[in-house]
Design a protein. Structure first.
Length: 315
């Protein structure tokens, strides 16, 4: 088996050199092959993973060595193929990794050990998971609109300037955003399913809201949790829609939103989505993002794509 380590050299973790020295030492005693590819610019991780997938198919594993941006690109490179992805959370937020490893406090050393990269007994289970298709691109984690997009944008800038803050940069970003209006407008026509399995439409032209998170996984923005019970292979997307609130109403709900207690927040509606259309209420760019990267769209057509990405899980 060939393990293609796709490394983002500027992602958050500072111990990459030490980590890869230990892993390389292990591979000297294995019949498996370790190939390290560093990304140099946006889009490299997608191109690298697609190239190796096209060449080796199921006989290689693409190992994401970065943060959520690297995971997003690799998912776009190998979705619909027989090549699995493995995630070593070496970024700042590592929000998707929080879901698959079941903790908000990820220890990357423990993840590496669990996969057997230090002792040479490499082991894992491969399971297919869902993705969100949006305008032909793939989303592995969360697509969101409104307040959370503003927080994502400012938090990412803070994290880039002060890397040691890690995910706390997103918590800090909440406060300048709160000083602005929290009421936004968006047009939606979405196919939903309630918790009893009944179909219904979520429609508004425009719809007033504060935030709208459409989730394949659970965490985003450095650890906020709009979908604590999301299931990665159920063919459904969880959503959390917050009605318009002011600052006084918003501040008390932030801790609950971070802790995944969305059902305890009276301003938030939850349910499931299979797909739909979202478009700008004023003709400008949508105030939205996917996997932490802001949209350059005025309209998004999206749907859940069941079990199109093979993912490596710890045994």
């Amino acid at each position: 088996m060939k393990y293609i380590f796709v490394v983002n050299p500027i992602a958050g973790n500072d111990d990459k050199h030490k980590v890869f020295s230990r892993i390389k030492s292990t591979f000297r005693y294995l019949n498996d092959e370790m190939i390290v590819e560093e990304t140099k610019c946006s889009g490299d991780a997608k191109d690298i993973s697609k190239r190796y997938s096209d060449k080796y198919g199921k006989d290689c594993v693409i190992v994401s060595c970065g943060g959520d941006g690297t995971v997003h690109e690799i998912a776009n490179g190998i979705a619909g193929t027989d090549t699995p992805m493995m995630i070593l959370p070496l970024g700042t937020g590592n929000d998707f990794a929080k879901k698959i490893y079941g903790t908000k406090k990820i220890n990357v050393e423990n993840v590496i050990k669990a996969f057997g990269f230090y002792n040479g007994k490499i082991q894992y289970d491969v399971k297919p998971i869902d993705l969100i298709d949006y305008n032909g691109e793939k989303c592995i984690n969360v697509m969101s609109y409104g307040l959370d997009t503003k927080v994502e944008t400012i938090g990412r800038k803070i994290a880039e300037k002060v890397p040691r803050l890690g995910h706390q940069a997103y918590n800090i970003a909440v406060f300048p955003v709160m000083m602005q209006s929290l009421k936004y407008k968006i047009n939606v026509d979405i196919n939903c399913i309630d918790k009893d399995g009944n179909e219904y439409k979520l429609q508004g032209e425009p719809m007033d809201y504060t935030l709208f998170a459409i989730c394949n996984a659970s965490y985003y923005g450095g650890g906020f949790c709009p979908a604590p019970d999301s299931i990665l292979d159920d063919g459904l997307l969880d959503y959390a829609l917050c009605k318009p609130v002011n600052v006084a109403q918003a501040l008390p709900l932030i801790p609950k939103y971070s802790q995944g207690k969305v059902d305890d927040i009276k301003y938030i509606e939850t349910g499931y989505i299979t797909g739909g259309r979202i478009w700008s209420a004023d003709g400008g760019k949508l105030l939205g993002n996917c996997d932490g990267e802001n949209f350059d769209y005025t309209e998004v057509n999206f749907k859940v794509e069941p079990k199109v990405l093979k993912l490596c899980f710890i045994r």
